[in-house]
Design a protein around this ligand. Structure first.
Ligand SMILES: NC(=O)c1ccc[n+]([C@@H]2O[C@H](COP(=O)([O-])OP(=O)(O)OC[C@H]3O[C@@H](n4cnc5c(N)ncnc54)[C@H](OP(=O)(O)O)[C@@H]3O)[C@@H](O)[C@H]2O)c1
Length: 238
């Protein structure tokens, strides 16, 4: 059976590598981001700012081919400004939470409403982080966002179970430490706003970071077996 994979944040980093992987292995890919780099006959790019309230209110998925298995990967996310409470900007707080929390739930809500009764299998992967279970100073926005992503995953799984929707699956995944623009941003931050900044510089210097292209097939493997996970949260490092 063929599949359509909807991925947020395909212009770079992990999302770009996931789009590459799924295109190479024959899936239709719909990328959802503010910009797009893929040019492929099976790639559709939707230009959407997922931190924009109006865009989120009106979001609809383009229809896949009939009978396809469907995957939604809520990958787009941002650290937001790394400062201690007292030094944060309210506009940036609101915008980061829209991207990191509101967008995944709005897309899940829309995905199930639009396709839940008419397609044979739906899988939803929410990109989480170790920061969703460990507090780091300066990362209040990011840690709270990822903790919320973990909990919304648990709630959606409970709802699917209560409603006996056995053809729909949902999982949160922490990918490990991956060399992307997000890691550049962490290394470029100030230790005054994030005291562990030197540790992340050391991760880079001691070769602890993995590359997106190496991690994408592992994420796809987890997605292919999503129905077998008893727990809602998977950490690729464990
Ligand atoms: N890298 C890591 O070490 C790491 C570790 C744990 C978890 N994660 C998680 O993995 C996911 C991907 O991270 P990454 O490291 O690949 O990040 P990245 O390289 O910074 O890429 C982020 C992607 O999100 C998209 N995006 C950002 N703001 C957007 C907006 N307002 N609207 C639509 N799309 C937007 C970007 O596309 P545009 O700018 O073109 O819109 C880009 O494609 C995130 O959820 C992150 O929290 C990453």
């Amino acid at each position: 059976m063929n599949q359509t994979v909807y991925i947020t944040g395909t212009s770079k980093g992990i999302g770009a590598a996931l789009a590459d992987y799924y295109l190479k292995t024959g899936s239709d890919v719909v990328g959802i981001a503010r910009s797009h780099k893929h040019q492929h006959p099976y790639y559709t790019g939707l230009q959407v700012d997922l931190s924009d309230e109006h865009a989120l209110q009106n979001f609809e998925f383009p229809d896949p081919k009939p009978g396809h298995r469907l995957v939604l990967i809520n990958n787009a996310g941002a650290l937001g400004p790394m400062h201690h409470a007292g030094n944060l900007n309210p506009t940036e707080i609101l915008s980061s939470f829209r991207l990191n929390i509101s967008a995944p739930l709005i897309l899940i809500n829309r995905f199930i409403a639009q396709f839940g009764t008419s397609f044979p299998e739906l899988k939803i992967l929410n990109m989480s982080s170790g920061a969703g279970v460990h507090p780091y100073d300066g990362w209040s926005i990011y840690c709270a966002s990822k903790a919320a992503v973990n909990m919304l995953t648990e709630v959606v799984r409970a709802e699917l179970s209560v409603a006996s929707k056995t053809h729909i699956h949902c999982l949160a995944l922490a990918p490990g430490i991956i060399e992307t623009d997000m890691q550049h941003q962490i290394r470029a931050s100030s230790p005054q706003g994030f005291s562990l900044q030197p540790l992340f510089v050391e991760f880079k210097e001691t070769g602890k970071l993995r590359m997106p292209a190496d991690v994408a097939p592992e994420i796809a493997q987890v997605i292919s077996q999503m129905d077998t996970y008893a727990q809602a949260f998977v950490d690729l490092r464990v």
